[in-house]
Design a protein around this ligand. Structure first.
Ligand SMILES: O=C(CO)[C@H](O)[C@H](O)COP(=O)(O)O
Length: 217
C-alpha cells in the first residue's frame, strides 16, 4: 500500500523541506486538497499555487477537488501539472463529462465519495475511472474522526474490482493513523492519504516509518 502525504497539513514555509524528505522514504505521490468554500467551508490551494509548487518536486501530484460543480471549473486544473485529479460524485450531475475532460488532458481520473455516500452512487462512472477515493472522515472538517464503517466500502470496492475485472486504485483519505492504515491495508486499499498523523508531530519521518511498519504487519 502506498502513502500519499497531504501537504495541506504541512506549514507552507516548511513545504520545500517536507517535500525533500519524502524522497528519502520512497514516497511516490503527494496529495493536494482544493477547497472552494462551498462544497466544504474552507478555501485552499487554487490552481496558481499548485502550478507554483510543481517545479519543486518530481513527485506525482494527486489533486483532490472538494469543489461544487467541477464541470464548470475543471478547465482551471488541467494545466497545473497534475498526474491525477479526483472530483466528488456528490458535487456534480455531470460526472462522465468531468471524467472525459480530465482524461482528454492525459491526466488520470479519480472519483471521490464522502463517508455517507454508498458505493452504488458510482455505478455509472466506475468503468471510466483510474481511482476511487473513499473519504474515511468528512471532507473539509479538520475536527473530524476516522469512520471505521468506511472499511466496508473499501472491501466492497475491492470485491467489485475483482468480480468485474476492473483496475481502479482504491484510495482512502481522512484521519488515518497507523492502526487505521493496518485495517485499510488488510481490506484491499492501495493508497492512503495521511496529513495530521505525519505533520502534527515534531518528526514527520518517524511518523512515516510508523505507517510503513503498520502496513507491513
Ligand atoms: O481531504 C482532506 C481534508 O478533507 C485531507 O486530505 C485530509 O486533511 C488529510 O489529513 P488528515 O489525515 O489529518 O485527515
Amino acid at each position: 500500500m502506498e502513502i500519499s502525504p497531504s501537504l495541506l497539513n504541512s506549514k507552507i514555509h516548511e513545504f520545500e523541506k517536507n517535500v525533500t524528505l519524502l524522497d528519502k522514504h520512497n514516497i511516490q505521490e503527494i496529495h493536494i486538497d482544493v477547497m472552494d468554500g462551498c462544497f466544504v467551508k474552507d478555501q485552499a490551494n487554487g490552481p496558481k499555487l499548485i502550478k507554483d509548487i510543481r517545479p519543486l518536486t518530481n513527485l506525482h501530484f494527486d489533486i483532490h477537488l472538494m469543489i461544487n460543480q467541477p464541470e464548470l471549473k475543471i478547465q482551471n486544473y488541467l494545466n497545473v501539472g497534475a498526474n491525477n485529479i479526483s472530483f466528488h460524485i456528490e458535487a456534480t450531475n455531470d460526472a462522465t463529462f468531468v471524467a472525459d475532460q480530465i482524461k482528454s488532458a492525459q491526466i488520470e481520473v479519480g472519483v471521490a465519495l464522502s463517508p455517507s455516500t454508498p458505493v452504488h452512487a458510482l455505478d455509472s462512472i466506475l468503468s471510466y475511472v483510474d481511482r476511487v477515493l473513499v473519504m474515511t472522515a468528512n471532507p473539509g472538517r479538520p475536527e473530524g474522526h476516522f469512520y471505521k464503517e468506511t472499511i466496508n466500502k473499501i472491501a466492497e470496492l475491492n470485491s467489485i474490482r475483482k468480480t468485474k475485472d476492473m483496475n481502479f486504485i482504491i484510495q482512502a483519505d481522512g484521519k488515518i493513523d497507523d492502526n487505521a492504515a493496518e485495517l485499510l491495508s488488510k481490506n484491499g486499499c492501495d493508497n492512503i492519504v495521511v496529513g495530521g498523523f505525519i505533520y502534527s508531530f515534531s518528526d514527520p519521518e518517524v511518523q512515516i516509518e510508523k505507517l510503513k511498519k503498520s502496513i507491513l504487519k
